[in-house]
Design a protein around this ligand. Structure first.
Ligand code: CTP
Ligand code: MG
Length: 234
């Protein structure tokens, strides 16, 4: 098989509220995007990395020759939604001879090598594909909202069978593209690649991810990544 990584990096990061998109924020002189590219390259089964960005010809993108990776890194133009950006990347991967696509968020810079290896093992071994996920730890409550924006507990939700999906997510590339096309890249239910596979009737495997593989969504996530997870050991 031939696994190519697709990194959607064309978002605006509205919840992060920073003046540049979060994937271009730097920690120790390197952008989060750069960390994410290097993280997926840590497994030699990944033969190429395709990064979907909003302006592939921009001078602000990390220079691929400066990346400490042996794989080829290519920028392609992303789309209006995450799914559309993933589509563009997977289409390019197929042209380049990919059998499998490994999709990883640009905003998840702390992916451990062992978790990457686990999800590739499972994702290429099964036609259902595989995703990293972690079991939910906290008690879960369904809220009933009140008039004054306050929330009351309507009921507790059993946590036993619930997992939080992460990336990477690894699938047969052609099947994944079919799934996204069928479901529609603007469908609000298409929040990850597994949803598109499920739409076709597949049941992707859950592979144990890592708590540190968190996605930078809000400013406090960035603080955690910058001050703890990517901080140099002193
Ligand atoms: N993404 C993308 N193309 C889009 C939207 C998102 O490639 N049109 C990427 C983001 O750059 C990010 C990943 O998908 O790496 C995960 O999405 P998310 O965390 O939602 O990022 P944003 O959409 O940028 O953030 P927000 O939803 O807060 O605006
Ligand atoms: Mg988003």
């Amino acid at each position: 098989c031939n696994v190519k990584a697709v990194i959607p990096a064309a978002g605006h990061g509205s919840r992060m509220q920073s003046n540049i998109p979060k994937q271009f924020l730097t920690v120790g002189g390197k952008t989060l995007l750069q960390y994410s590219i290097e993280a997926v390259c840590a497994d030699s089964r990944v033969t190429e990395v395709i990064v979907a960005v909003s302006a592939p010809d921009s001078n602000d993108l990390p220079d691929v020759s400066e990346l400490a990776v042996s794989q080829t890194v290519t920028y392609v133009r992303g789309g209006e939604t995450r799914a559309e950006s993933v589509c563009k990347g997977v289409e390019y991967a197929l042209v380049q001879g990919a059998t499998h696509a490994l999709v990883h968020d640009a905003a998840r810079p702390c992916l451990p090598k062992e978790a990457l290896a686990r999800v590739i093992d499972s994702g290429v071994a099964s036609q259902h594909g595989a995703i990293l996920a972690i079991p939910v730890r906290d008690s879960l409550k369904r809220a009933m909202s009140l008039n004054n924006n306050a929330a009351h507990i309507e009921e507790s939700v059993e946590r036993e069978h619930l997992w939080q999906a992460q990336t990477p997510q690894v699938f047969h590339a052609r099947t994944l593209l079919n799934g996204i096309h069928h479901m529609g890249a603007h469908n609000p239910q298409l929040t990850d690649e597994a949803s598109a596979m499920q739409w076709l009737g597949y049941q992707p495997i859950l592979v144990e991810g890592a708590f540190k593989n968190l996605k930078v969504t809000h400013p406090e996530d960035f603080e955690c990544v910058a001050n703890w997870l990517l901080a140099p050991v002193t």
